[in-house]
Design a protein around this ligand. Structure first.
Ligand code: ADP
Ligand code: ADP
Length: 236
């Protein structure tokens, strides 16, 4: 069973209006468990739209989407929210950490949203994740007291706290300098290697995309390229 099986996904905006446009045209994509794939393409090619559809944040106009074998197209909004919490983690360019909460509290927030409380097991996992991302000493610090790279590492720990099968990362290093980008990217690779979490990483940075295992390129709402990356990095 594929982790993600998207078939002929189309997305139209402004349906019925003169401004109606189709921004994804019959996109088919499979992701297996434990993949580490890059999604690249020019600005406006539909990467965010595709990520939002895969992340159950937006509905497609037509097509079929099976997530862990379940067709999500027929689910209502509550079921989608449940699936999202159960299966998916999100990392964004801007980390959206809550400034008034410390790192540990920020990491446990998804559990609070999903379960209404933070269990001892979740709290323990959050500590373990913060240690794994190198922030054992910063658990009590608020985002404002942390560097950009450290904040993004908190966001990564938060994305993992409910143990998702797939993490969707939209420009996770887009806001960081080169050194911090490399560090954060290396961290994603290590999490993948150690935990088997699948990643789909949107990046403008071909240097980083070439260090993923698979390169998927969108151009004008269509998959223009989808290929394995040779070990040790590939041509851009
Ligand atoms: P990318 O992430 O590759 O830059 P997007 O998915 O953001 O691409 O956008 C793809 C196309 O869809 C763009 O032409 C964009 O203007 C259009 N688009 C995105 N969201 C909307 C929306 N809510 N309404 C109308 N058009 C949209
Ligand atoms: P909650 O669990 O608080 O109800 P949602 O179900 O709305 O949150 O969203 C699930 C996940 O997607 C959360 O991790 C949330 O941070 C993220 N998310 C949802 N919409 C957006 C958005 N527009 N921008 C950034 N993150 C978002």
């Amino acid at each position: 069973m594929s982790l993600v099986q998207l078939s002929q996904a189309a997305k139209r905006y402004n349906i019925g209006l003169p401004s109606e446009t189709e921004v994804l045209h019959g996109v088919s994509l499979q992701l297996r468990r434990g993949e580490f794939a890059a999604l690249v393409g020019p600005s406006g090619s539909g990467k965010s739209t595709l990520l939002n559809i895969l992340g159950l944040l937006e509905r497609m106009t037509s097509g079929s989407y099976r997530l862990q074998g379940e067709e999500v197209g027929r689910m209502n909004d509550d079921e989608l929210t449940l699936q999202r919490r159960r299966a998916l983690g999100f990392v964004f360019q801007f980390h959206h950490l809550l400034p008034a909460f410390d790192a540990l509290e920020n990491v446990t927030l998804p559990a609070l949203a999903a379960e209404g409380r933070v269990s001892a097991a979740v709290r323990e996992r959050a500590r373990e994740l913060l240690a794994a991302v190198g922030l054992a000493a910063a658990m009590g610090k608020r985002p404002g007291q942390l560097s950009g790279g450290m904040q993004q590492r908190v966001a990564i720990a938060r994305a993992l706290v409910l143990q998702p099968a797939l993490v969707l990362a939209d420009e996770p290093t887009g806001n960081l300098d080169t050194a911090s980008s490399d560090e954060v990217f290396a961290l994603l690779r290590r999490i993948h290697a150690e935990r088997g979490t699948a990643f789909l990483v949107v990046s403008h940075d071909m240097r980083l995309a070439a260090r993923c295992d698979r390169l998927i390129e969108l151009v004008d709402g269509r998959i223009a390229r989808d290929e394995a990356v040779a070990p040790g990095g590939a041509r851009p």
